[in-house]
Design a protein around this ligand. Structure first.
Ligand code: GLA
Length: 428
């Protein structure tokens, strides 16, 4: 897409890597809750009624989202993952919810979620079966899109199990068209590239035109090693995936597992900071009915959410990797820059990192106003380009900052142009 805009009297021609799916949705990274990582395929409602995949789970989550400030913080979608349907389609060939676990059916659940001012997400699969073995949509794209639209569903997570990889593109595109044809606004969350990567490099132009976000890499687990693997994959492929992201279409590194069992508090801060830098959907998979106050405060931190939802809509990326530190930077609106400094050394104590060593610091000429957001909010004042101030970062923790230049620099180069420099990630 080419657009012409007027900036300070100059006409600037802007190019975008590709046009986004034109359904008016996901102009900012999606925020909500998704059941998979925490509740998986627990269908045993007799013995585990509080944690099984049933209408009760989503109704309770919706209630808590309103009562406990989640909705006010921006979390909007309550999303069902795999294992919701009956193993049989109905007489008309339509998917139907398991009657014992969803006695009211999905339409009634959607009405309930909407009555709380929230939106409902559902899950299906482009192939013959879902990953957990429930009926897939292959051969039923239009029927399933219409069924979801009739129920009032607002988001579809579309998995890619049980389909020959060469048919993935056609299947994902056909479902996108089928959703569009219903005339309802249904956010389309894909896993297309994840299932293509083992065979070839996916076509991100086509993916961005088809989906509102897309999973690239393996499922997140409740562990620091899982988070690190996702970050490593994202940085190793940033030249390919970052240009595809922008309003209407985002890379999805999978759910936030903050508030569960596997991450220390520092590691939870790292996940939150890096997901905001990556302009990732913020889909929590945890038990909002029972979450520790520190995790809740972190997930509802308005300064981090503001970075995630920044209107410039540019995805950040890794700009330096040295001495077991990683620096990730994201250009923000109003000429600000978000910077995450991650200490990957999992031995010892907090380690110092010089502000002046941040690659984007070169734009702090002559000065930058520095705000620390994590681990604690702190106004660090105005710092000169020669600053010798250090931040101290805990092992597997992250210091998250925003930098604002005090006056525009004269070189004409701004960090919003940093994407051109992406290949120059410093590795020492
Ligand atoms: C795949 C997806 C997961 C989840 C499961 C459900 O593994 O990547 O996010 O949806 O299927 O079976």
């Amino acid at each position: 897409m080419w657009g012409v805009v007027c900036v300070f009297g100059f006409v600037v021609v802007m190019s975008h890597a590709a046009e986004a799916l034109d359904n008016g949705l996901a102009l900012k990274p999606t925020m909500g809750w998704l059941h998979w990582e925490r509740f998986m395929c627990n269908t045993d409602c007799d013995r585990d009624p509080d944690n099984c995949i049933s209408e009760r789970l989503y109704m309770q989550m919706a209630d808590v989202m309103v009562k406990e400030g989640w909705k006010d913080a921006g979390y909007e979608y309550v999303c069902i993952d795999d294992c919701w349907p009956s193993h049989q389609r109905d007489a008309q060939g339509r998917l139907q919810a398991d009657p014992n676990r969803f006695p009211g059916g999905i339409k009634k659940l959607a009405d309930y979620v909407h009555s709380k001012g929230l939106k409902l997400g559902i899950y299906a699969d482009v192939g013959k079966k879902t990953c957990a073995g429930y009926p897939g949509s292959f051969g039923y794209y239009e029927t399933d899109a219409q069924t979801f639209a009739d129920w009032g569903v607002d988001l579809l997570k579309y998995d890619g199990c049980y389909l020959d990889w060469q048919l993935l593109g056609e299947g994902y595109i056909n479902m996108s068209k089928a959703l569009n044809k219903t005339g309802k606004s249904i956010l389309y969350s894909c896993e297309w590239p994840l299932y293509e990567w083992p065979f070839h490099q996916p076509n991100y132009t086509a993916i961005r035109e088809t989906c509102n976000h897309w999973r690239n890499f393996a499922d997140v687990y409740d562990s620091w090693s899982s988070i690190k693997t996702i970050l490593d994959w994202s940085a190793d492929h940033q030249d390919i995936i970052v240009p595809a992201a922008g309003p209407g279409g985002w890379n999805d590194p999978d759910m936030l597992v903050i508030g569960n069992f596997g991450l220390s508090h520092d590691q939870q801060e790292s996940q939150m900071a890096l997901w905001a830098i990556m302009a990732a959907p913020l889909l929590m998979s945890n038990d909002l009915r029972d979450i520790c106050p520190r995790s809740k405060e972190l997930l509802q931190n308005k300064h981090i959410i503001a970075i995630s939802q920044d209107p410039l809509g540019k995805q950040g990326y890794r700009t330096a990797k040295m001495d077991s530190f990683e620096v990730w930077e994201r250009p923000l609106s109003e000429k600000r820059l978000a910077v995450a400094i991650l200490n990957k050394q999992e031995i010892g104590g907090p380690r110092g990192y010089l502000l002046a060593a941040i690659p984007g610091w070169k734009f702090c000429n002559p000065k930058c106003s520095v705000i620390q957001i994590l681990p604690q909010y702190k106004d660090m004042g105005v710092q000169p380009i020669q600053s010798d101030i250090m931040v101290h970062v805990n092992p597997s923790g992250t210091t998250l900052l925003t930098l604002t230049p005090t006056s525009s620099n004269t070189t004409g180069l701004h960090w919003q142009d940093m994407s051109n420099k992406r290949k120059h990630t410093t590795v020492l």
